[in-house]
Design a protein around this ligand. Structure first.
Ligand code: SF4
Length: 214
């Protein structure tokens, strides 16, 4: 898949043959991918964890795979890692109020990688990452983000989007002391710097919802 730049914005170009499953509308996307059983984990997952947040959005946060809580609720980053990520996003927004952004969250794969129902999480296999790639392409098609923030190495090494940065996975920050840890502090600084450079200022936003109110 290629990315093309159009008037300063990075867009994802999908090969024509794959457009049927990578360019579904929002409603069809959920209908189609919730039933997916392309790999074994799709058959033992409680729920498929597809995408949450503002769609479309300015910034898409991309993790590796759903964990236990996400699997039960069907929502990405709704557990303790999600609390850390919400904290990073809120702190970043406070740092750069002149660069407001909407955001959504998803993972490289939509089903919890485990070998048995209720078993421990494992790293996703390359086959699983490949099988779920059309779903990720569909998320990118729907979200049309300006920036993708990869959470951890797995997401960063397979991210198909050109304008992206990597910060640690919030689960790592959780192990290193949580919200007030050095890991969190560095992640917020990195996000602040990168988003300030790559997002338009509030007065440059075209959408009326971003208009300044006196
Ligand atoms: S991980 Fe992706 S490709 Fe595999 S079954 Fe779940 S939705 Fe389908």
């Amino acid at each position: 898949m290629k990315q093309v730049k159009t008037r300063g914005m990075t867009r994802v170009r999908v090969p024509q043959g794959r457009a049927r499953t990578t360019q579904l509308s929002y409603a069809k996307f959920f209908f189609h991918w919730q039933k997916c059983r392309a790999c074994k984990i799709g058959r033992i997952a409680h729920r498929h964890v597809l995408v949450a947040g503002n769609v479309p959005c300015d910034v898409l946060f991309l993790g590796e795979a759903p964990g236990k809580t996400e699997d039960l609720k069907g929502v990405p980053f709704c557990g303790r890692s999600g609390e850390i990520l919400d904290y990073w996003i809120n702190q970043t927004m406070k740092e750069i109020p002149e660069y407001p952004f909407t955001h959504a969250m998803t993972n490289m794969i939509a089903c919890r990688p485990t070998d048995e129902l209720g078993g421990p999480n494992r790293v996703p296999t390359q086959d699983e990452l490949d099988a779920c790639r059309p779903r990720l392409d569909n998320v990118l098609f729907l979200c049309k983000p300006q920036v993708v923030v990869c959470l951890g190495q797995t997401a960063a090494s397979s991210c198909p989007f050109e304008s992206m940065i990597q910060v640690p996975h919030p689960a790592y920050a959780l192990r290193k002391g949580g919200k007030k840890s050095d890991v969190s502090e560095r992640a917020i600084k990195h996000l602040t710097r990168y988003l300030k450079k790559h997002l338009p200022k509030m007065e440059d936003k075209k959408c009326p919802k971003y208009k300044l109110v006196n």
